[in-house]
Design a protein around this ligand. Structure first.
Ligand code: SF4
Length: 132
């Protein structure tokens, strides 16, 4: 079974092929493919995406000093918006249906200051959500 943490349940819908390195990108594509057919367990910390991230150190995000705390806060917000909790098992399709409902608050809160904003802007779904 796949594991995904809170903020990935939202941000991954806007993946446009960019990532930290080729191993991270390949893994991400594989996870997205598996998510179409497998159940997803909601992880409290590092998940199947983090597993191939070059910044993962001792199960924490070491992107910069504040990153791990910031990401945990994003996870909590994502789960609150999606009305989900860690340990729960869900389908990718079910999460997808919530994206139009939660996007506005998510975008206002996080996207403008996010390093990946330019990558997400290449996603048709992301642009569509912004236009709503
Ligand atoms: S811009 Fe950043 S916070 Fe917003 S959806 Fe993309 S990755 Fe997530």
């Amino acid at each position: 079974m796949l594991t995904l943490r809170g903020h990935h349940l939202i941000c991954l819908h806007f993946f446009s092929g960019e990532g930290y390195d080729s191993s991270f990108i390949e893994n991400l594509m594989d996870v997205l493919k598996r998510a179409e057919n497998e159940k997803i367990e909601i992880a409290a910390t590092a998940d199947n995406i983090c597993a191939k991230c070059p910044y993962l150190k001792n199960d924490k995000c070491a992107y910069d000093e504040k990153a791990d705390a910031e990401i945990r806060e994003m996870d909590e917000t994502a789960l609150r918006l999606l009305n989900l909790s860690t340990g729960q098992k869900i389908t990718w399709q079910a999460v997808k249906e919530y994206i139009p409902i939660v996007f506005h608050e998510w975008h206002n809160r996080y996207c403008n200051d996010c390093d990946w904003k330019q990558a997400c802007e290449k996603s048709g779904l992301y642009r569509e959500m912004k236009m709503r």
